[in-house]
Every structure is written in C-alpha cells, then in structure tokens.
Design a protein around this ligand. Sequence first.
Ligand code: NAD
Length: 418
Amino acid sequence: MASDTNPYETFRTQVADAADALGVDGGTVDRLTRPDRVLETHISVEMDDGSVETFEAYRSQFNDARGPYKGGVRYHPQVTRDEVKALSGWMVYKCAAVNIPFGGGKGGIAFNPAEYSDSELERITRSYAEAIRPVIGVDRDIPAPDVNTGQREMNWIKDTYETLENTIEPGVVTGKAIDSGGSRGRVEATGRSVMLTSREAFEHLDMEMEGATVAVQGYGNAGSVAAKLIDDLGATIVAVSDSSGAIYDPDGLDAREVKSHKDETGQVVGYPEASEELTNEELLTMDVDLLVPAALENAIDRNLAERVQADVIVEAANGPLTNGADEVFAGRETRVFPDILANAGGVTVSYFEWVQNRQRFYWTESRVNDELEPIIVEAFDTLVDAYDTNDVDTYREAMYTVALERVARAATEGGIWP
Ligand code: NAD
C-alpha cells in the first residue's frame, strides 16, 4: 500500500504534525502513535451448506491512558491490520478531542457481509465475539458498530459475551438496539455531530447555511443522517452518493425521501426525483459550499484534491483525506473540519449508552441530544482557540494539538511501568 493511502501512515503524520506544533518530544510521540496491542486471529465458521470458511479478524487496542479502549467493528473486504491500527488510533484522539473518558480501539473482519446469509452472519459475529472475549469488557474494551455492522451485530456480541461470562453486562458493547440496552439517539448521533460541526463551522467562517449547497459522499448511517439534519438547517442537498453512484438535483434532493428509496432498493441511484446521475468522482469535485465525505478512508487523494472545488469539507468518515490531499487544501485554504471532531457524536452517545447501562437508568432522546450538543460545540470552540493560539496551519492540526495534549498528559501522569 502506498504511504499516501496507508491510513496508519496518515494517522501517524497527523499526530506528528500536532506534536511538532506543541514541541512534544519524539519519545512521547512514538509511544502515543503505536498500539498497545493488536489481536490478529482467524475464525472458522460453518456455512449454511455445511462447508467451513475461515476469516481474518482483528481487534486493535491502541491506548487506554484516558479510559477503556473504545471503538467499532468493521465488516469489509478491505479490512487490514494497518487499517484497524489507524482506526483505533483515531479513536484515542477523537475521545480526547471531545473530552470523554475513553481510550481507543477498533476491530474488523475482512469479508463482504453482503455475500452471506443472516444465519451465517450471526455465526461469524458470535465466533468473532468469542475470539475477542478475553480482551474486551465493560472496563477494558468496548466495541461498537462501524461500516456494515449495526444494532443486530452488537446485540449478538453482547449476548455471546454475557452467555460465556455468565453475567448481565450490557455496557460491554454500545450501539445496541433499545430493548437490548441501547441508547435513544445513538443511531442519529454521528450524523448529528456532523450537522453541529457544519453549523458551527459556517458560523465561524461567516457563511450562511440557509441556501448553502451541499454534497454528501456515502449515504449510509453517518451520511444520510447528516444530510437530513443539514437539510433541516435550510441548506440545499444537491448531490448524494453510495457505492452504486451519485444522484444530483440543482434544486435540492429530499434527504428523507432519498433514504426511503435507498432502504427500499439498496441504493441511491434510481431515485426517481433526481435530475441527473453522476459518478462519485464528479460528486467529490462539484462546486459546492459544503462537501461531506461519509464513506471510507482515502476518498480524496492528492490528485483528486487538486480538482475539489468545495469551500468547506466536514469529514463524517474516518480518514477520508490522505495527507497529500491535506497539503493541497492547506495550500489554498479550503477549510477542512476533521473527523475526530465531526463524527465524534457516535462515540459520545456510545459513552452515554455505557453510562446508562451502568446506572441501569435510561434517558429520553431529547436528554441525549441536549447532552451531546454542548460537548460538540465546546470541542469546536477549543479547536478554534487552538487554531488561533498554536503554531498550526489547519483545523485538523489544531484539533490534534488539543487531543494530543490531553492524551500526553494522561500518559505522562501515569508514568512508565515498570
Ligand atoms: P455505512 O455502512 O452505514 O455506510 C457507508 C456508505 O458508504 C454506504 O452507503 C456505502 O454504499 C457507501 N460507500 C462505500 N464506498 C463508497 C464509495 N467508494 N463511494 C461512495 N459511497 C461509498 O457506514 P457508516 O456507519 O455510515 O460509516 C461511514 C463512515 O463513517 C466510516 O468511515 C465510519 O468509520 C465513519 N463513522 C461512523 C460512525 C457511526 O456511528 N456509524 C461513527 C464514527 C465514524
């Protein structure tokens, strides 16, 4: 994998840039950019036809200086050791950016879940839960959903863990269905923080959200909710996409209707009210006020960045820009608001879910949303302060300086053992 598209290299550069700005010593940076451990395992599962298939699976535990390892589980053919290392590292700095008491972890299985039946997926998920059981726990490492996993998979992981441990411990995983101990507002939380970050960014830049043109790449959980809530702010969602392609309407797409169409047909392409179909590349290079990449990492590399025309980019996905793209945008002042802030609503409401599970006391959806908003707004304000005070070139670097200071302080205060 080229270093510009290796997400772990992207992550290490992002932290190193912030460390330079803060004057953090090399030994500390090295310590804070390597995972504590990575579990690499192979799970063998019986298929519906009686055959046995073996899958490559991971759980990376990056750093727990600020609290238990925390992060999602991804099902995707492109899952690799370096990808889960990067994703778990981003979780450390994301939790620190919004100041919640978690460290960072991430896991995944390298396969395409669309090719398997529901009963096969259940056996794959339960085998994975059994494989990671020795290293997870409510105060140790708490998985959550990520790409191609959701409430159903989290319920299976919880049930497997509780059965094997002979306990009731719903807080061992977050992102569960409500009746299995999930939190109200969790499904919408990531898109909600993308909306809040976009709103704050526009206000900070003296730009009007009313009538602003918006393109969203990736119309899954994060992207579709972000589109709906940004639409509610009065913006015009002119284009959205998924892996089937992109749809466009200069007068605005109805974000909710597009979601219903995708729920029914499995894709955004074919939505009858759209005026045109585009490629994903055309969507990413459209002349819009706001671009929200909400699919996977490396969506925009250096070459594509040269052609991106959006004024503001708010990252819903983790790591959608390569370091090369970041350099292009910094050079011409395209404003990029980073993933570790913009999509942190997901892990913040996961934190609320974990708190509710431990208290055995459940909040209303409006309480969840009311508790989330000030956390994101305060993190945004610390980003702006750091941008104004620290020797940084980008909003990403600014957010990393805030997060790195917090992580480094916790790690240093704990000292080195033995
Ligand atoms: P999802 O599986 O619900 O949606 C992903 C969407 O991206 C799908 O619609 C898929 O078709 C589309 N897609 C995939 N490849 C694409 C491509 N090349 N071009 C355009 N679209 C493409 O996943 P999600 O949970 O919404 O996660 C999306 C991103 O947000 C990931 O980077 C994830 O790590 C990040 N994220 C998600 C959460 C969460 O709570 N769901 C929290 C934090 C970060």
